[in-house]
Design a protein around this ligand. Structure first.
Ligand code: UD1
Length: 427
């Protein structure tokens, strides 16, 4: 890409990846057909679809961003293919299959390398519901003769554990109460989807979820909520390039912590019913940010925030409180002239006037998107490599940016001709 152009125009946000992953797992819990709309066409989702097809679900791509899934013929409780290990949310199939079939064996989850990501809270929840859990070499197996409702207190606020326990408990016998749960919009979306299938889940979005198990779930037609993190990424891209972008198909309420930080450092954020407009006419100011569970500032926006502050006036700090290894991209930003010192889980940032284009490597999904933002704001050419990470979570990222006027193109890494052609085109 060649940086330096303000992003201007409109962009339409897709469905939420993290909601969709839970919803696709939940779709295997009924024999009837479910129709899921606003499904993002991204790598993690396609892997999940392959995984549920692999155990016997029938998946039909009925329209753009819509699938119809019938799980009547699920024949295997064993989910293991070369892809599923790469996505973290493969573990949702444990909760879903345990709930419906009382048995599941799933390859241990992969996902982004952003620190050790234990699943002890998921296991604690399954055990409380009466399941036996065994961990083999690289598989995890859960099994229960009877799945019974229980009272579970989570020791850490975990999105994954909350959704996984909710999935299993929605078909357990009797009542389950889960305390200290995650309140993220995608937790609420998965609960709403399960309820649309006949589950009885109350309290999603608060600290306590109460579930009365049902014997059977039925078909449903459901539209996934917009992706809060994709929206936030475009909001920050607009701000970092001193642009003016209308971000459409969003729920502004889900973006409050992101909007608040933008306003605090001097950007304009205008809210509409289902859109937000971000305008940043000048260089933005400093602030302190700490990532927290929802409604706090999301860890999945942390690298994008660091990039924005690396370009802002003054000294800022960004503290990561959710994952322990989420500053790997800072070495890449150094190459672009950023002034950042990482101490423990805090990045101390001295804002610079501008970044300089460089060849950098995306170390994970969100950091990859942040490096693209850095490149779009930088002087000269930037090449972001390992974009397969970005493709896990952003649909046609470069095309959406092109529509906002960015000089950006996807090229093969070993195709210098394509790179030269791009440089000649953009000048
Ligand atoms: C989900 C999101 C991810 C986001 C994260 C935090 C999906 C597929 N991924 O990841 O994009 O960055 O939420 O918003 O939805 N923990 C434990 N024990 C457990 C589970 C978690 O100690 O059993 C810890 C984790 O190490 C981490 C914290 O709890 O420090 C939060 O993790 P969690 O909310 O579970 O994240 P994920 O569900 O993996």
């Amino acid at each position: 890409m060649k940086g330096g152009k303000p992003l201007v125009g409109e962009v339409v946000i897709g469905g939420a990846k993290n909601a969709a992953l839970g919803i696709l797992a939940a779709a295997t819990m009924t024999d009837e057909m479910v129709t899921i709309d606003n499904l993002p066409d991204i790598r993690d989702i396609n892997v999940m679809l392959q995984a549920i097809e692999g155990i016997g679900a029938n998946v039909v791509h009925s329209a753009s961003h819509e699938v119809k899934i019938t799980s009547r013929n699920i024949h295997a409780m064993n989910v293991d293919n070369e892809y599923i290990r790469r996505i973290r949310a493969s573990y949702y199939l444990l909760g879903a299959l345990l709930g419906k079939y009382h048995r599941a064996q799933v390859a241990l989850p992969g996902g982004c390398n952003i620190g050790s990501r234990p699943i002890d809270q998921h296991i604690k929840g399954f055990k409380a519901l009466g399941a036996k859990v065994s961990i083999g070499q690289d598989m995890i197996c859960v099994e229960a003769e009877h799945l019974r409702g229980s009272h579970i207190y989570l020791d850490v606020v975990s999105v994954g554990a909350t959704i996984n326990i909710m999935l299993a408990a929605s078909m357990a016998e009797g009542r389950t109460i889960i305390e200290n749960v995650a309140k993220e919009p995608h937790v609420v979306d998965v609960a709403n989807f399960l309820n649309s299938m006949g589950a009885n889940i109350k309290g999603a979005g608060t600290d306590i979820i109460r579930i009365v198990g049902v014997e059977k779930l039925h078909g449903s037609v459901y539209s996934i909520i917009p992706d809060q993190i994709e929206a936030g990424t475009f909001m920050f891209a607009a701000a970092a390039t001193k642009g003016d972008v209308l971000i459409k198909n969003v729920i502004p309420k889900h973006l409050e912590s992101i909007s608040a930080k933008l306003i605090e450092i001097g950007a304009e954020v205008e809210e509409f019913d289902d859109a937000v407009r971000v305008v940043a006419a000048k260089r933005l100011g400093r602030t302190q940010v700490k990532t927290l569970p929802y409604p706090g500032f999301p860890t999945d926006m942390q690298p994008q925030m660091t990039v924005l502050l690396a370009l802002s006036h003054g000294a800022s700090t960004v503290s990561e409180s959710i994952f322990e290894n989420r500053f790997m991209y800072v070495d890449e930003l150094f190459k672009m002239g950023a002034q950042i010192k990482v101490e423990g889980n805090t990045a101390h940032i001295d804002g610079v006037e501008s970044l300089i284009g460089a060849t950098v490597f995306a170390p994970d999904l969100r950091a990859g998107a942040a490096l693209v933002i850095a490149g779009l704001a930088a002087k000269g050419y930037t090449m972001v490599q390992q974009i397969h990470y970005i493709e896990r979570g952003y649909e046609t990222f470069e095309k959406k940016l092109q529509l906002l006027g960015a000089d950006i193109e996807k090229v093969e890494v070993d195709d210098p001709k394509a790179v030269r052609k791009f440089q000649m085109r953009v000048g």
